[in-house]
Design a protein around this ligand. Structure first.
Ligand SMILES: [Zn+2]
Ligand SMILES: [Zn+2]
Length: 132
């Protein structure tokens, strides 16, 4: 039986259901992720696009990163939480912030990226691969 997991925004209006295992789990310390999450780093879980179904009303914000790459952030118009995001360069996956899962403890990151932007007081386990 394939595991099914749910993620939702704080008000519960926007929901996502995923099946199976993620393809990539990472924490990112870049300034864009700090802005998006309003925190000092962000953790996200990527799934194959076909493994994700969403339910509810979402607004989208397109953000152009370095190199003209466009990421699209889908957020709840009521509470403002970003529940999932996609990258035009990699439409085959959908990312869901780890903290949006109703049980956020089911997975741990494999990668820690953009560590040159990491706050000096943040320590990421050596069991996780580190990238500048
Ligand atoms: Zn909401
Ligand atoms: Zn980032």
């Amino acid at each position: 039986m394939t595991a099914e997991r749910t993620a939702s925004c704080r008000c519960g209006q926007l929901r996502a259901t995923v099946t199976g295992d993620p393809v990539r789990v990472s924490v990112c310390h870049c300034l864009d992720c700090q802005k998006r999450s309003s925190s000092v780093f962000a953790a996200q879980v990527r799934f194959p696009a076909e493994a994700v179904t969403t339910d509810g009303k979402a607004s989208a914000y397109a953000h152009s990163g370095g190199g003209g790459n466009v990421a699209r952030f889908h957020f709840c118009p009521s509470c403002g939480d970003t529940l999932f995001f996609t990258n035009d360069n990699a439409p085959e996956t959908i990312a869901i912030p780890m903290g949006a899962f109703d049980d956020p403890y089911f997975v741990r990151p494999n990668y820690s990226v953009w560590e040159q932007r990491k706050h000096p007081w943040v320590e990421i386990s050596d069991a996780i691969e580190h990238f500048d």
